[in-house]
Ligand binder design. Structure first.
Ligand code: FAD
Length: 453
């Protein structure tokens, strides 16, 4: 989008509007947005530009800015969630009605969600044919980064980022989480290079093992904030593939799971809030409950689950294998509604992505498209044995089980609220439910559901 705006040859005024939708981001995402904005402002400053910050109703703000500056129009990169689509459609219509240029551009996805359809003209509900269809088409090449822009003679006023207090809800967690963030385009590109150089070769074999640091790209954090585009990642993956890197195709396939999530969200936006498959809305999941609170606090007594929950609290990210295991444990062993987990991930993830998060939760819960069979109950102990056989991941995150806990395990206790009263030297809790009991309860609930159908 920026490249197209630069190509107009007109002076540009980069603007970010903190609207009602951004105001209600989860604590970690809102804080990470603040880091992204601070960094982007610095990058623009190096180009002699500024980032104008305004808070409130986007249409009113844009109209004010047009009146203040005499701008000919507004250009922006498209977003795809239903709230943003409704907002942007209204903004576009209102600006156009005033004779202004109002244009939105692709960039956040490899392919626009409406550009691919099944043979029958519908949307894809299963990943494999989606992959075959989109990978056969290929994708547009990435656009080079912008290095210069025309500036206006007079800059409009901007809010001060610090006044927005975007990190307010993070409290103690911010200082602990900060070293785990890689903010900005330059770091995202370095991350991609590093991954392609050092890890893509072993990606397929290593990506499932959470103790293997660096085995996956970590790029979800940067994708979430537009610090790198998927086309750049795809192009690097394809280059590696053509150079014979064993894991490159699998890496590209994972990137296309993100596309699939957006395709699903576009065509069935209810995936964000309702069980996607028929017959699941009335399922006997519990709402929020004390067991779910133990899950949130990484205190279930199930080591692989607790390690993962603490990893997320400290770093803002969680390994994909661990996301599947904790989601299965919450929705199955603890028989708790997937939306309880979805909301906690939205609160804690710095790579929070509404589409991928909803798809991931519903996939695991069994209520989503192309979901894991609902009766498949991941056994967290079995998963730990298989994917963390040397316990490196569990020891990294659980101070209570290590004679000499490392800095990551200890940092969890510095991050969590004081009122949780967690101490690294306390005894590790007994399981809140035995795996056999939890599994039996889940299977009984499924049997009752099947009987009712
Ligand atoms: P890599 O393995 O390096 O993969 C490269 C890229 O492919 C990722 O950055 C991501 O954009 C995409 N990708 C990989 N796996 C998936 C997947 N299963 N679904 C969609 N895209 C994928 N991902 C998010 O980005 N944000 C979320 O909020 C999110 N919530 C999830 C919740 C649950 C319950 C589950 C099971 C998965 C969730 N995922 C989410 C998907 C996945 O766990 C992360 O994308 C992945 O762990 C990111 O790590 P990475 O960048 O190192 O991935």
């Amino acid at each position: 989008m920026l490249a197209q705006a630069v190509a107009t040859g007109r002076p540009l005024i980069p603007v970010f509007v903190l609207d009602a939708q951004a105001e209600v981001l989860g604590a970690a995402a809102k804080w990470r947005l603040g880091l992204a904005l601070a960094h982007f402002s610095q990058v623009l400053a190096r180009l002699g530009q500024r980032l104008i910050l305004r808070r409130g109703d986007p249409l009113a703000i844009l109209q004010d800015l047009v009146a203040e500056t005499g701008a000919a129009g507004v250009m922006w990169q498209r977003m795809y969630d239903p709230q943003a689509v409704a907002r942007d459609t209204a903004v576009k219509a209102a600006l156009k009605a005033k004779g202004l240029v109002a244009e939105s551009f692709p960039g956040a996805l490899l392919i626009e969600p409406w550009e691919v359809a099944t043979g029958q003209g519908g949307f894809y509900k299963v990943y494999s044919p989606f992959w075959r269809a989109v990978s056969a088409r290929g994708f547009a090449a990435p656009v080079p980064s912008v290095t210069s822009m025309c500036t206006p003679d007079v800059w409009p006023a901007s809010d001060n980022l610090a006044d927005w207090q975007l990190g307010a809800a993070m409290r103690r967690g911010a200082a602990v989480c900060l070293p785990h963030q890689r903010v900005g385009e330059a770091k995202a590109l370095a991350r991609l290079d590093e991954f392609i150089e050092e890890s893509v070769e072993r990606y397929r074999a290593a990506r499932d093992f959470p103790g293997q640091i660096g085995a996956t790209s970590g790029l979800s954090e940067n994708l979430a904030w537009g610090e790198i585009g998927p086309r750049t990642i795809w192009a690097a993956g394809q280059r590696a593939l053509h150079e014979g890197a064993a894991g490159a195709e699998h890496f590209c396939k994972e990137l296309v799971w993100r596309e699939f999530a957006y395709h699903l969200m576009h065509h069935s936006p209810q995936i964000l809030t309702q069980s996607w498959r028929d017959g699941w809305e009335g399922f006997a999941w519990r709402g929020d409950n004390p067991d779910a609170e133990a899950w949130r606090r990484g205190m279930t007594g199930e080591p692989f689950v607790d390690a993962a929950m603490r990893e997320m609290y400290v770093t803002g990210r969680m390994h994909n294998r661990a996301r599947m295991v904790v989601a299965s444990y919450l929705t199955k062993h603890l028989l708790t509604d997937w939306r309880v987990g979805q909301a906690w991930f939205a609160e804690c993830l710095t790579d929070w992505d509404e589409a991928a998060n909803a798809m991931g939760w519903q996939w695991v819960a069994g209520s989503g498209p192309d979901a894991a069979p609902y009766f498949r109950v991941f056994n967290p102990a079995g998963q730990a044995e298989k994917f963390d056989s040397d316990a490196a991941y569990r020891r990294r995150w659980l101070a209570e089980i290590s004679p000499k806990p490392g800095p990551d395990a200890l940092s969890y206790f510095a991050a969590v609220p004081e009122r949780w009263q967690l101490r690294p030297r306390a005894a590790y809790p007994a399981p809140i439910v035995t795996l056999a009991e939890g599994r039996a309860r889940a299977l009984a609930a499924y049997a009752a559901r099947d009987g009712a159908e």
